[in-house]
Design a protein around this ligand. Structure first.
Ligand code: LMR
Length: 352
């Protein structure tokens, strides 16, 4: 009988310990995890599609962003990066984002001008005097305010990234004076302001997807194009263009975007993690992009037969004079928001 009572006590004690463990240690999820943490309980995969090569500012920044997110989330949020337009070309990626076929893209700002004309002002030639001015505008309040124009279209702007200044190239002749452009054909990005810029120089511009630039220059469908050193280098456009003018006439920036509905569907803790990783990546790209363009210019000079010219101040004044009617008509038709931004940029310039 004594043995029976002893055994019962031992069994009861084990049962109590088991029940206690069930509700505390073993079932920790129910006890400790609040709603915000639940987002990290299952893996979230975010497909990030872009059109440039991997060894470019955007290509490397996308990769860096993926690494930071992966590390900070312990692998629970995975950013899959698709470069070189393997998933979607630049004229397809916005529609793909809206269909949720991809969850992140980073088109150049010129490619947003159809969707939201306010962004057109960044295509005005010589809008930025130097790199630090572009950085101040894109990473400051102006950039943030501009995202509201995308929110109206259900697009979430995460950050503005940098590539660098655009340069002019041609296979026909050096481009130093406006008259040099006369009659030449140019590949451009889809943008009304860029189109006008070339027309005012007497050239014939045509919008073509970035994926097709190498091929169309190879087939001699165009005499020239404008792009950053980094894109000219990584896509080997220097093999097909004899002359390059370092004109710094336009700035190539990127808007990193998600579909608003997709963003809203993410758990709060994941949104926070992505935002933090985006701040870190954005700081990184604004430092790296200038260095990359400088280094790759050196590479082009070292390893290609391309002839590189630098636009001097007198020549720059000639180009600007040629663009006068573009500046005037742009301001005459601009919205108050656009005029305010132009004024803020002028204020930044006057404080230098
Ligand atoms: C171009 O079309 O030339 C660029 O926008 C490509 C890019 O994304 O840098």
């Amino acid at each position: 009988m004594k043995m029976f009572i002893g055994a019962s006590i031992i069994v009861s004690v084990f049962l109590m310990i088991y029940v206690f463990l069930q509700y505390t240690v073993i079932n920790q999820d129910n006890v400790y995890h609040d709603d915000e943490q639940k987002g990290l309980n299952k893996q979230i995969v975010i497909n990030f599609s872009h059109v440039v090569a991997e060894n470019t500012p955007k290509g490397l920044a996308a990769q860096k962003f993926a690494e930071i997110v992966n590390q900070k989330s312990d692998g629970k949020v995975k950013i899959e990066v698709y470069s070189n337009g393997v998933l979607y070309s630049d004229d397809e990626e916005l529609a793909a984002l809206r269909r949720n076929d991809v969850q992140m893209i980073a088109p150049s700002i010129s490619k947003l001008t159809d969707l939201s004309p306010t962004w057109q002002l960044f295509d005005l030639p010589f809008i930025f005097d130097d790199y630090s001015e572009a950085k101040q505008v894109f990473t400051g309040k102006i950039g943030q305010d501009l995202f509201s124009t995308l929110q109206e279209k259900n697009i979430k702007g995460l950050a503005l990234w940098s590539n660098g200044f655009k340069q002019m190239t041609s296979n026909t002749k050096p481009l130093l004076h406006p008259a040099d452009f006369q009659g030449q054909t140019f590949r451009i990005m889809p943008s009304e302001v860029i189109k006008k810029q070339f027309e005012l120089l007497g050239a014939k511009p045509q919008a073509v997807s970035f994926n097709k630039v190498y091929q169309s220059l190879e087939r001699q469908e165009f005499d020239g194009q404008e792009n950053t050193i980094s894109n000219i280098y990584s896509k080997r456009l220097y093999e097909l263009q004899k002359y390059m003018t370092i004109s710094n006439h336009g700035y190539l920036g990127y808007a990193v975007l998600m579909d608003q509905k997709y963003w809203d569907s993410l758990p709060e803790d994941v949104k926070q993690l992505l935002s933090d990783a985006m701040v870190e990546t954005t700081n990184w790209i604004w430092t790296q992009s200038k260095m990359m363009n400088d280094e790759q210019l050196q590479q082009i000079k070292n390893k290609s037969g391309m002839r590189v010219y630098y636009l001097n101040d007198t020549q720059k004044a000639e180009w600007k004079k040629q663009f006068n009617s573009l500046y005037q008509s742009f301001e005459a038709n601009a919205t108050k928001q656009t005029l305010d931004i132009i004024q803020q940029i002028k204020n930044i310039e006057s404080k230098k």
